[in-house]
Design a protein around this ligand. Sequence first.
Ligand code: F6R
Length: 608
Amino acid sequence: MCGIFGCISKNGNVAPIIHEALKRLEYRGYDSVGEATLYNGKLYIKKDQGKIDEVHKIHNLDDLPGNIGIGHTRWATHGAPLKVNAHPHTDCDEQIAVVHNGIIENFSELKLELENRGHMFRSKTDTEVIAHLIEEALKSSSLSLEEAVLDAVRRLEGSYAIAVVSTKEPDKIVCARNESPLVLGLGENAVYCASDIPAFLPLTNKMVVVNDGELVVLSPEGFKIKKISDASLVTREPKIVDWTPEMAVKQGYPHFMLKEIHEQPACLRNTLRLQEHYLDLMSTFLDRAREVFLVACGTSYHACLAASYMFSKLAFLATYPVIASEFVEQHGKSVNIDSTILAVSQSGETADTLAAVNCARQRAATVLGLTNVIGSTLTRVSRVYICQQSGPEIGVAATKTFTSQLSVLAQLALRLAKKRGKVSQDEMDFLAEKLESLPDVVEKIIETQEENVKRIAKKYKDAETFFFLGRGINTATAYEGRLKLMEIAYVPAIAYPAGESKHGPISLVEKGFPVVFICPRDGTHKTMVGNIMEMKARGASIIAVVEEDDDEVKGLADDYIEVPRGIPEVLSPIPFVIPLQLLAYYMAVERGHNPDTPRNLAKSVTVK
Ligand code: F6R
């Protein structure tokens, strides 16, 4: 996730306006920043790695000349957070500048093609191909900037919101959108394009939403929207937004956590755009290792636990999920050159995870990383790393982290299974198709079940304890549901593999004790029904997360939350965790707590 902004003003220089707008978009990413303006037929650019304030201190972002310009605040997905990879990116002659939010899936092919035709690339980003494609279109025929951008974006696969300026038409910004957000702001004496409303909200509350598959030409006179597919004109009336700046940053959601729960379909779509060669490389290391440890803390550990079932069931690889703070004690003496450590950390800075990684590195083990922050310590110490692609997570409780990490880990397990010849092509195709469908499945759960979960949270808001039970891979989902509820709603809770509950914890159960069952229709279903009966017999209130046609469990439950049917077992934690995230969120709200800032916790735990 990055933030883009563009502005054409009738009243003087735009650089300070862009700078301020980027500050308001900093929540979308902050590892590098850049601005480009046009003045007297020349393109002026300032950019560097670092947060906006740091870059401004060194370069003074405000003194770029011109009344038209674009800007960008970056959350790296392709290419390290270095100056050379900071946006805007330019063509060979530095006449065109582009800012981009999204992921261009086919950039490697396009880059090769462009390089073969003599284009010189400066960065490692996917974005730079856009500038060169526009350059070609402008040079090879007498196209306008608008037509050249149309030509270029028609060649792109993936997600993008872009803003483009060119010295050839110095009074225009051309933007386009597919799957990444883009809105226009219409002021008295200026027009704006941005990733999000907060960017221009202090300047105007008159806005226009740009839809997927649309291109926009901004000029001092206003805006024009066209369909990318057939260049037909679109008419759209501006709307007035009545959000406060604080509401706008949360896109109208009361809390970041709820916004981030709702972002999961988009994040999952992003995880499906990973570059294949990184998955290949990582699966090669996993394949060669004598032993594989999956090391992480908290939610990331729960993703590792679920992943251990994926690796085992799909690729027949035994892995050891280890809580990072225990790694040195448990394996510090035995880990060695034949061991591989896959460290999973949203922040890439968690001290316990890094301590485990350091110990492993000192003993010559191979370190692989899965993180959300390119440029974090974890990416620097990993032999290979993959980005979980979910953009900044601001709510302290990890939500989109869990599902994004699982989607990446599932792809890795599938890749390894293929390498090892452990799944048939039919099965591979089936699982790949199901993985592709997960963003829609998650969207449907949120759409159809949120009100139901809110009602359940109201009903159980005064419960003193909760019990979460799952089996197989969904033991991890149960642990994650418990962690969410404990950390933000402050409800003491326990979670167990369901089969273990009768070896002790069941003694806690008395009338009305809420027990949440994660109950997909997989190989564990029959025994789960038995566990539900055991709990019911002791007076527990059963809350079941079930597949929509599971009448048997619905009939036994006091309350149930439905998930679409037919999700393969190895992928099931992704949809099944969504109701539990919502439950924790609404329980926290019902109990009067702010879910975004739970007491005693920090987003990134950098002490051991
Ligand atoms: C739970 C939560 C924490 C983190 C843990 C690891 O909601 O946010 O448990 O999951 O501190 O953080 P990362 O993934 O950054 O290493």
